[in-house]
Write a new protein. Structure first.
Length: 201
């Protein structure tokens, strides 16, 4: 072997079959990496949606529980094919004269004035008139309306149910609220009921 032949072999490149094989291996590796990135991203978005939906739906239950404990009257009717819960609660606050609209509909702020309680015919009353609060589903959102000022409590809701039962022997009434949703990115779109199991609050 002479020096010229050694140098020629030393600087020789890859052959065509070697380039094809290495390109194929690299393409398979990059394709697998891309699939993994997409799956992880979809899983993160689905988990985030699930967590946000549960937080929103827990908020509904908290608001309803608070309003039911102080309700003067309770009525369950229908609105847009879904149950609607209507309550009247004491007017604990009254908007100050000349004050601007509330920053968040139905949420009292520093422009509201607390009303002093009065005893009328053995009952404690606040303010001149009771406040009407409604919970209803419109589209895929659940709203809380206070004297006509509506605020969305939850979005992407699949189902909203209000159950009213009365226990005759003990003369007690029960209100049950359930809110459910279908998780995003489920593999089986056909079985929505099965996918909804475990997402009801």
């Amino acid at each position: 072997m002479n020096l010229r032949h050694f140098i020629r072999r030393k600087i020789a490149g890859l052959t065509l079959p070697e380039i094809v094989v290495s390109s194929s291996v690299m393409a398979l590796f990059l394709g697998g990496l891309l699939v993994c990135i997409i799956v992880v991203q979809k899983s993160f978005i689905a988990a985030q949606h699930h967590s946000q939906s549960q937080i929103q739906q827990t908020r509904i239950v908290d608001y309803v529980s608070l309003d039911l404990r102080r309700a003067l009257t309770v009525n369950v009717d229908s609105y847009n094919g879904h149950p609607r819960l209507t309550l009247s609660i004491p007017g604990y606050y009254q908007r100050a004269s000349g004050a601007p609209a509330r920053r968040a509909p139905g949420i009292y702020d520093d422009q509201d004035v607390a009303q002093d309680p009065r005893v009328v015919k053995g009952r404690v009353e606040y303010g001149p008139n009771p406040v009407t609060v409604r919970y209803y589903m419109d589209g895929a959102s659940v709203f809380r309306s206070v004297d006509g000022e509506a605020m969305a409590l939850a979005t992407d809701v699949e189902d909203f149910n209000v159950n009213y039962t009365e226990d005759d022997p003990s003369n007690r009434q029960f209100i049950g609220i359930s809110v459910s949703f279908v998780p995003r990115f489920q593999w089986n779109q056909a079985s929505r009921e099965d996918n909804r199991v475990g997402t009801t609050i």
